[in-house]
Write a protein that binds this ligand. Structure first.
Ligand SMILES: NC(=O)c1ccc[n+]([C@@H]2O[C@H](COP(=O)([O-])OP(=O)(O)OC[C@H]3O[C@@H](n4cnc5c(N)ncnc54)[C@H](OP(=O)(O)O)[C@@H]3O)[C@@H](O)[C@H]2O)c1
Length: 304
């Protein structure tokens, strides 16, 4: 199968690319060069450029298209809304429609499409995003659904080890705990985090089962940022004595963040036969994968 992946050098895209490259021809598109061993052909460029997009899709001619590229910085989206709506909202529809009929289009989206006022949101709950990032990603969900292509819309929240080009939130937290830096973690902000390979595993299972539509693919446990840090510290054997509890309500953030981002992933568990992993399961994998190559981390995954 020919597979196209945008954002292929980023945290999630690279894990998809390396896992799929063991069985398929993988064509990636990103602003940055490929950084691992797996056989991934990268076109370096800018997706906003119509000619570069067209050349990529013509070369890849994908049967499976996984769209991971996005404007992911929540504050930057607030500052540059037109760019955010184009990148996160319009681009998914343009890419999906440019792929041939029969191509399955996977759109990676966020728990931030909900208001954050209630816990464990389900797929059919009414979205009400609070941020430009959330609104633009919801727009992307609609564009995907309206594209006429077979599609999977995956709402998630994940962490993992990246190329190192941009520090991810999980890498930042691990480094801060390991170095005993003074940090503050919110104890009034909830989410359902999932380790990145567990996310890839579940998307593969949904694809293998021929599932389409919208799925919440997250971990089983609703935890605060503080509780997540506490579990990471406990499992890694790091002290928590320099970690303070903080409140998102009193933090000076440019974009007003939702308070409860937790999602219910029972539909994914039912339709894949894979139980949602606990927070501790994910953290154990994250710690075990530290220092492994990307290819070693994805070696247990079975590409569809
Ligand atoms: N990380 C999370 O917890 C989380 C939670 C919910 C949803 N998501 C969604 O998951 C997806 C993947 O996230 P990630 O954390 O893997 O992001 P990431 O590490 O930032 O990877 C995205 C990659 O795409 C590139 N890119 C973005 N826009 C592009 C464009 N217009 N043209 C070419 N390349 C472009 C980025 O380059 P630059 O870095 O130079 O922009 C980056 O290399 C995104 O759709 C995001 O909205 C992430």
């Amino acid at each position: 199968m020919n597979v196209a992946i945008t954002g292929a050098t980023g945290l999630l895209g690279a894990h998809f690319a390396a896992a799929l490259a063991t069985r398929h021809r993988v064509f990636g598109f990103d602003r940055h060069p490929w950084w691992a061993q797996a056989d991934v052909k990268i076109q370096q460029g800018e997706l906003a450029d119509e000619g570069q997009r067209a050349a990529f899709i013509a070369a890849a001619d994908p049967e499976l298209f996984i769209h991971c590229a996005a404007m992911v910085n929540v504050d930057a989206c607030e500052e540059r809304p037109a760019e955010a709506y184009f990148s996160n909202g319009s681009l998914p529809g343009l890419l999906a429609r440019a792929a041939k009929p029969g191509c399955v289009f996977v759109y990676i989206t966020t728990d931030g499409i909900f208001s954050g006022d209630a816990p464990m949101r389900r797929e059919n709950d009414l979205p009400c995003p609070r941020t430009v990032y959330g609104r633009s990603k919801l727009h992307g969900e609609w564009e995907t659904a309206l594209s006429g292509r077979e599609h999977l819309i995956v709402r998630t929240n994940f962490y993992g080890w990246s190329s190192g080009l941009k520090q991810t939130s999980g890498e930042w937290l691990h480094a801060a705990l390991a170095e005993r830096r003074r940090i503050t973690l919110f104890d009034d902000f909830w989410f359902t985090p999932l380790y990145v390979t567990e996310l890839v595993e579940r998307v593969f299972a949904l694809l293998s089962a021929g599932r389409r539509g919208t799925y919440h693919v997250v971990g089983a446990d609703r935890v605060t940022k503080y509780e997540f840090g506490q579990q990471l510290a406990d499992l890694a054997g790091y002290p928590m004595d320099n970690v303070q509890r903080g409140s998102i309500a009193s933090a000076a953030l440019r974009a007003p963040r939702p308070r409860d981002m937790s999602l219910n992933a029972e539909r994914t568990a039912r339709d894949t036969g894979l139980a949602s992993p606990t927070c501790a399961d994910g953290i154990r994998r994250f710690l075990a994968d530290r220092g492994r190559t990307l290819e070693e981390r994805v070696a247990y995954l079975r590409a569809p």
